[in-house]
Design a protein around this ligand. Structure first.
Ligand code: KIV
Length: 289
């Protein structure tokens, strides 16, 4: 069986210049497909809230939701590194409470690592988790759990003040012990500069070509769902939503027009029962011959 990437190997990919391919997944079939297709790591993102649970933001996602979905992903991709998101308000609660919550994602969910959104303010909590053996990946740039503070899903790092803060935060996270940093919706030059200046890999989403790896949302790259919005930073590889819609429409049409089921979809009686006069008369109201 394929072995899951370890944290040292994840970091070594940057050193040897190998791009890191990460994809989100939230359930058993998507995780299996992602593993079979050869992703380096799966992120059980709290984007779960948007693409699977139907919320407008990631804020309502709970630790229980994350544990439940992480378990399914781990079952589907036993040979892949699984990183699970710490959802809104399950950290920044002080190092001990944060440690308890992160430990649940690993012990009950089976995650190999956790991801947290935020900068230098998380340093103490990250140090506590890494000291306890919990690998942490950071997340800077657009941090969707703070959407109500930021005021929307906007590209980050556009002016000097934002750019300098992001660089400082990235270095604070690295010093605190993260093994990688997700950069979301960050201008390409800034993401490239951050990536160059760090020892640990950056994994970009909407952060351009200079990152050490890329992550995208499962449902986005295959348009799995209804009303998937086009996003500039997403490349679409299939339109599974349209395929599913057409398939279900054809099924409904076949049932309504009695074209499904056909004879081949049914189960005949065995020969002896078919010749049984009593049974046949009950089923068909007559002689089996
Ligand atoms: O929740 C998520 O899917 C994420 C990615 C967008 C990086 O955090």
């Amino acid at each position: 069986m394929k072995q899951a990437l370890t944290v040292p190997k994840f970091k070594a990919m940057k050193a040897s210049g190998q791009p890191i391919a990460v994809l989100t997944a939230y359930d058993y079939p998507s995780a299996r497909l992602a593993e079979e297709a050869g992703v380096d790591a799966i992120l059980v993102g709290d984007s779960l809230g948007n693409v699977v649970l139907g919320y407008d933001t990631t804020v309502p996602v709970t630790l229980e939701d994350m544990i439940y979905h992480t378990r399914a992903v781990v079952r589907g991709a036993p040979g892949t590194m699984i990183i699970s998101d710490m959802p809104f308000a399950t950290y920044r609660l002080g190092p001990e409470e944060t440690l308890r919550n992160a430990a649940r994602l690993m012990r009950e969910g089976g995650a190999h690592a956790v991801k947290m959104e935020g900068g230098a303010d998380l340093a103490d909590e990250i140090r506590r988790l890494t000291a306890a053996g919990i690998p942490v990946i950071g997340h800077l740039g657009l941090t969707p759990q703070s959407v109500h503070t930021i005021g929307g899903y906007k590209v980050q790092g556009k002016d000097r003040q934002e750019a300098e803060k992001l660089l400082d935060d990235a270095h604070a996270l690295e010093r605190a012990g993260v093994f990688g940093i997700v950069l979301e919706l960050v201008t390409e030059p800034l993401a490239a500069a951050v990536s160059k200046s760090l020892q640990v890999p950056t994994v970009g989403i909407g952060a351009g070509r200079g990152c050490d790896g890329q992550v995208l949302v499962f449902h986005d790259i295959i348009r799995y769902g209804s009303g998937i919005r086009d996003k500039r930073f997403v490349k679409t590889y299939a339109d599974v939503g349209e395929t599913i819609r057409q398939a279900i429409g054809n099924y409904v049409g076949d049932v309504k027009s009695r074209q499904f089921p056909e004879e081949k979809h049914g189960f005949p009686l065995d020969d002896a029962s078919a010749k049984d006069w009593a049974l046949s008369s009950r089923l068909y109201g007559g002689d089996p011959t």
